[in-house]
Design a protein around this ligand. Sequence first.
Ligand SMILES: NC(=O)c1ccc[n+]([C@@H]2O[C@H](COP(=O)([O-])OP(=O)(O)OC[C@H]3O[C@@H](n4cnc5c(N)ncnc54)[C@H](O)[C@@H]3O)[C@@H](O)[C@H]2O)c1
Ligand SMILES: N[C@@H](CCO)C(=O)O
Ligand code: NA
Length: 454
Amino acid sequence: MTNPAAGTPAESTPTTTRIALLGAGNVGAEVARILLEERDELTERIGAVPELVGIAVRDLDSPRTVELPRELFTTDADALIDSADVVIELTGGLEPARTRILRALNAGKPVISGNKALLARHGAELHAAAEAAGTSISYEAAVAGAIPIVRPMLDSLSGDRVNRVLGIMNGTTNYILDQMDTTGASFDDALAEAQRLGFAEADPTADVEGHDAASKVAILGGIAFHSSYTIDDVYCRGITGVTAEDVEAAREAGYVIKLLGVAERVADDGDPGQPSGVNLRVVPTMLPRKHPLAGVHGAFNAVFVEAENAGELMFYGPGAGGAPTASAVMGDLVAALRRSVAGGPGVGPSFHADLPATSVDGVRTSFSLTLLCPDRTGVLSAISTVFAEHGVSISTMQQRDLPADDQYPGQRLAELRIVTHQARNADLVNTVEAIRGLDVVLDLRGLIRVENPS
Ligand SMILES: NC(=O)c1ccc[n+]([C@@H]2O[C@H](COP(=O)([O-])OP(=O)(O)OC[C@H]3O[C@@H](n4cnc5c(N)ncnc54)[C@H](O)[C@@H]3O)[C@@H](O)[C@H]2O)c1
Ligand SMILES: N[C@@H](CCO)C(=O)O
Ligand code: NA
């Protein structure tokens, strides 16, 4: 693309910028629609005509969610990339997406992608390639879909010191947990409903096991803390073990269970086993109902940021879906093309801080757990002794008498619900293991972290 003559708007006709789109699925088809429908308006905003020159797909005859001119489709992605000025990758997966993006970047072409799985695995390589070639890779769509969070973090908060990022970053799991909370549904029923409504993938493993959210935490944590992380740095637990009873118990205690993605600064507290750095995790977490993230319902996403000077910020909106995600892609495209028109690749993320990702062992958190015990003398003292031996303090304990159960003949039964004060995660885990081993504990369930907002 050539730049229009600067300073002579009346004489210059806008140049054309050639756009290659890879993928015409849920998001890609919506991006193509917007490019075709909004061409004149986008030309005004960019200062050049955005011309969609082709769409690379696997199968020319696949049905599309949007009707698009057939002559745009091609199966030769490499030739399309080579013919374009800018490339939008919306195919997903690691390969061939990675090789194709590198092909574009190495040729100095800006790339826009929504591929969180790829960025959470090979982000550093892609950024290095962009920098070496004097171009850019942008991926607002990769974290929390339509919600502007990547660029606010890169730009607006770049002069502040972020201490913690907490997010509901997966729509499918939030929908499931919200259904369980508001209707008492079981996990399986809520998942089936999410699939019926089209939020969950046909194979929802990456959603319910937390991997999708973990990719987003790796990407956003890297930007927030000026460091480079991969999905392997993220401690990850999904929601498949969360039961209707857990959700009910949390509600009774004034909490709601959410799958939270967290990236937080870990200070050096003198523990040689726990260096300072950044802890990245995705865990089902009990949140007080008054916390702003507790009110995020259905398939919506939200990211809560705690920064030194800005204080608490919340970014809320649709985290998935074709048109909403296409909005984020289009924002990146317009920004990248404006930079091209003005000259220069703009500024990429900085990784200078290089803070290590820390183990979850040293993170201070609280646990809620429910124990099934015989109702007799000495049970409480045996249990509280184990907590004391591990230096973990109990915050609340509630006892409920249970009806007789044939599984435990001749015993009076009680359910104990315990919430601890904050302690090191490793001490809490060791306490739970020791409790599990006690003769007076018949069953231990509903083990879940409790997040105390700052
Ligand atoms: N759908 C969402 O709500 C959403 C939200 C945020 C980010 N994303 C990301 O955006 C990307 C696209 O998501 P989607 O929902 O549109 O996926 P999709 O499965 O609906 O579409 C993918 C498209 O890419 C095509 N494709 C796959 N491999 C290809 C290949 N090797 N060559 C050519 N075409 C190929 C497929 O045929 C399909 O048309 C993914 O990286 C996804 O993680 C999606
Ligand atoms: N499957 C993802 C799509 C957006 O990344 C979700 O449920 O949020
Ligand atoms: Na986003």
